[in-house]
Design a binder for this molecule. Structure first.
Ligand code: DX5
Ligand code: ZN
Length: 219
């Protein structure tokens, strides 16, 4: 579908050529650039920080969808905003005051996203949903690319789709983890409108990116 946004996770890109990789997915027709930030504490892996986001910024005009897997999170929001993030998403477990974190992201002029881990209950959205621009459902446990989609998260996506529709607001619903040609249609049918895909975007090398992205869109 043309309404489905594809956000390649650069976690699966060639880190030695990240600028070129971001250009390549931009030219291949991605909608957003998904940046996975990991701190080795909140999740068992370490990736990149604001300096790399800033260095990549000139390589694409598309929105940078920055997924923060760091704790505590609040002290780094401004750095990522200044580095060029457009959407900043965080996990409610990554700070004591998720409502404050949402307000801080919005005060920086950025879109705010809340990320639900596979075992995080829907109640994490209570009293917050109306202020969110994005809800990100983790369909794997965060930390690594290349993991298998957890099917129970389809029910969560369905339930969140209902809650979003009840708000009447324009809140994006993004699925992240294990998205491929088999699971993408399931996530879309459940109500996701944005798909993160690392492995499935970057497989086969740059000459395959455009076909990989349109395949995930269901084209
Ligand atoms: C996991 C990250 C995902 C991951 C997706 O912690 O949030 O964005 O890189 O990778 P694939 O698409 O390979 O499952
Ligand atoms: Zn992610």
């Amino acid at each position: 579908s043309h309404n489905i946004r594809i956000a390649p996770s650069i976690l699966s890109a060639d880190f030695a050529r990240l600028g070129e990789e971001v250009r390549a997915i931009d030219e291949a027709g991605c909608d957003w650039v998904h940046v996975d930030v990991m701190d080795g504490h909140f999740v068992p892996n370490i990736t990149i920080g604001p300096a790399v986001v800033k260095a990549l910024r000139p390589h694409s005009a598309k929105p940078f969808d920055v997924h923060l897997m760091i704790s505590p999170v609040d002290q780094f929001l401004e750095d990522f905003a200044d580095a060029g993030a457009d959407i900043i998403s965080f996990h409610p477990e990554a700070g004591a005051h998720p409502h404050r974190t949402v307000q801080t992201i919005k005060s920086l002029g950025k879109m705010a996203g809340l990320v639900l881990n596979p075992a995080t209950p829907l109640s994490a959205l209570d009293y917050l949903i109306d202020d969110l621009d994005l809800i990100l459902v983790m369909s794997v446990n965060p930390g690594f690319g290349g993991q298998s989609f957890i099917d129970t998260q389809l029910r969560k996506i369905e339930a969140i789709r209902k809650r979003i529709d009840e708000t009447g607001k324009d809140i994006r619903l993004e699925a992240d983890g294990g998205i491929d040609l088999t699971t993408a249609p399931k996530a879309i049918a459940a109500g996701a409108d944005t798909l993160v895909a690392g492995t499935a975007t970057f497989r086969g090398g740059p000459e395959q990116y455009a076909a990989n992205i349109s395949g995930l869109r269901g084209e």
